[in-house]
Design a protein around this ligand. Structure first.
Ligand SMILES: [Zn+2]
Length: 158
């Protein structure tokens, strides 16, 4: 039994000196505007995992009106989501993710992010793929106003 899921997320940049992406902090000339740590990659991944089993979305499970989730480390959200997936009798086969932004540069941090996500989920690093591209200077992403991530996952019944 296989299930596929897709997740998308976007956050705006704001004043700051780093962004949290793929569970790690990356130095940048701006920060991320968010109720949590604003990790678009982990949020997209959470939504893809939930979506694969039709379990709703991250906003339903962790409402941004709930003070418990203010500034929360998204690795904790991801861990909780994957626990729910396993409780429902499924495991991750692979996740393929894409980040779109003009800056910061993602490539130098790719391996560290994959390793971090694999570690949180307890899977092999070769099950986690992260790709990055720019928006060719077009639109809000191209103007550097924010950062976007998409994730697709395939789950297998245990
Ligand atoms: Zn988000």
């Amino acid at each position: 039994m296989l299930r596929i899921g897709q997740g998308l997320d976007v956050h705006a940049f704001t004043e700051g000196s780093f962004v949290t992406l793929g569970g790690i902090q990356i130095a940048h000339t701006q920060g991320i505007l968010a109720h949590s740590d604003g990790d678009v990659l982990l949020h997209a991944l959470c939504d893809a995992l939930l979506g694969a089993l039709a379990l709703g979305d991250i906003g339903q499970h962790f409402p941004d009106t709930d003070e418990r989730f203010a500034g929360v480390d998204s690795k904790i959200l991801l861990k909780n989501v994957y626990e729910l997936i396993k409780k429902n009798g499924y495991q991750l086969l692979n996740a393929d993710m894409t980040v779109i932004c003009e800056a910061p540069k993602i490539a130098p941090h790719n391996a560290a992010m994959r390793e971090c996500i694999a570690d949180v989920l307890g899977v092999e690093i070769n099950q986690i793929s992260i790709k990055a591209t720019t928006n060719e200077k077009m639109g809000y992403l191209g103007r550097g106003e924010g950062i976007f991530a998409s994730a697709v996952v395939l789950l297998q019944a245990v």
